[in-house]
Design a protein around this ligand. Structure first.
Ligand code: COA
Length: 381
């Protein structure tokens, strides 16, 4: 919602991380009954990244968050809120955001995960911006990260050609000046939940040998219906958010849609009449990375210098739920951002090492404390 703003939530840092392993369409055509041409023509995807066995949503989130904090020159110990938008958390609980909080050494931060399908990052950005605007926090790190390769059925050609792994992060900071996240539109239609889901592993169908054998722990999707839904809501949400901030679609300088399918993006861009040079896509290289797609694309666009102070950016996403969301941002940081001096990079490296030691120490102390208490209780009896 647009509101009378006391202060703005400005994007002061951005970062992204993609695993190094590349899986091309040709690779996929050797795994399932598909072809390089089919995938390219129907989706616009050429390749995607796949996490190595040691990588997880938390580890990729951490890399993206560290990069974003570097740009913002924000000390991790001063971070007040960490949100990780994901549908592939490291565990059902604890939240992946808590793992990131610990690894960052963000000892003053609250942390939680947010599940809103591929719209999760835009939901998270809106939430964090709102909390900053009302004065509850002065800063927040919002991350979108996914290890979709772990829930992709690599025998299902309908889905496995679409998805990839990665992470993107933004740092939001309070500032009395105009700009930053201006307004957002967040929507849901749970009646479409069956169109895109992970059937088992929750309270409806806890994991059993049967659910595993029936491949119920993988993404199930009605691609055609999701396509129809997405083609409708992308232009609709974009128009709504632009209207909320009193601007016109023609004012959009950078349009960052969810990177799901090139045809969905083209259809939205055609409907909105946005010139192609104002649309950012990196779908060809990363595929659909769900919650990570918008922040990875936005961070890349910013790194390429695609925005200037005062420019209107619109990010729009859709996904499982069904959910959809759009946010309007007025860019407020001069680009390019000067590189950190070497000593500062070293200082931050030291802080992350220190965070590891502190985490280890807290675990050890917790055990020792419990042991001492048990010993005391034993003496009392
Ligand atoms: N390789 C070759 N053929 C494939 C294929 C693949 N990887 N996947 C599906 N096909 C086949 C289908 O089996 C179907 O064959 P049939 O006509 O004999 O039944 C044919 O291609 C056409 O299927 P259809 O579903 O109409 O294709 P499409 O043009 O709609 O493209 C998607 C399929 C999945 C790419 C497209 O619907 C899509 O992108 N939907 C949105 C998905 C999405 O964004 N999900 C994430 C939301 S966050």
């Amino acid at each position: 919602m647009a509101n009378e703003r006391r202060r703005g939530a400005h994007i002061t840092g951005w970062g992204r991380y993609a695993p190094t392993r590349v899986l091309t369409n040709d690779d996929l055509s050797r795994m399932v009954d598909t072809s390089e041409e089919w995938i390219r023509q129907r989706t616009g995807i050429l390749e995607r990244r796949v996490a190595s066995s040691g990588e997880t949503t938390a580890s990729m989130s951490l890399r993206a968050a560290q990069a974003a904090l570097d740009v913002a020159e924000l000390d991790p110990r001063k971070v007040e809120l960490i949100i990780v938008a994901t549908v592939t958390p490291d565990h059902a609980f604890p939240a992946t955001a808590c793992l990131v909080q610990d690894a960052l050494g963000a000892r003053s931060a609250g942390a939680f995960d947010l599940s809103a399908g591929c719209s999760g990052f835009v939901y998270g950005l809106s939430l964090a911006a709102g909390l900053i605007e009302v004065g509850q926090y002065d800063n927040a790190v919002v991350i979108g990260a996914e290890t979709l390769s772990r829930i992709t059925d690599w025998t299902d050609r309908n889905t496995c050609v679409l998805f990839g792994d990665g992470a993107g992060a933004l740092v939001l900071q309070a500032n009395g000046t105009r700009g930053g996240v201006l307004a957002s539109v967040l929507r849901a239609d749970g009646s479409g939940g069956d169109l895109l889901k992970l059937p088992a592993g929750g309270s409806v169908q806890p994991a059993t040998t049967e659910t595993v054998n029936q491949r119920q722990h993988y993404i199930h999707m009605d691609g055609r219906e999701v396509f129809r839904f997405a083609s409708r809501v992308l232009p609709e949400a974009t128009r709504q958010v632009v209207e909320l901030v009193g601007r016109k679609v023609e004012d959009i300088v950078l349009f960052v849609p969810h990177q799901a399918n090139g045809r969905i993006i083209q259809s939205a861009v055609r409907a909105l009449k946005i010139p192609p040079d104002r649309v950012f896509t990196n779908l060809a290289r990363y595929g659909n990375t769900s919650s990570a797609s918008v922040p990875m694309a936005l961070a890349e666009a910013i790194d390429e210098g695609r925005v200037r102070k005062g420019d209107l950016i619109v990010c729009v996403a859709f996904g499982a739920g069904l959910t959809w969301a759009a946010t309007a941002i007025e860019w407020s940081v001069p680009l390019p951002v000067p590189k950190s001096p070497r000593w500062r990079i070293f200082w931050r490296w030291m802080l992350y090492r220190l965070a590891r030691i502190q985490s280890w120490w807290r675990r050890l102390w917790r055990q020792a404390d419990a042991w001492i208490q048990r010993l005391g209780e034993g003496e009392d009896h």
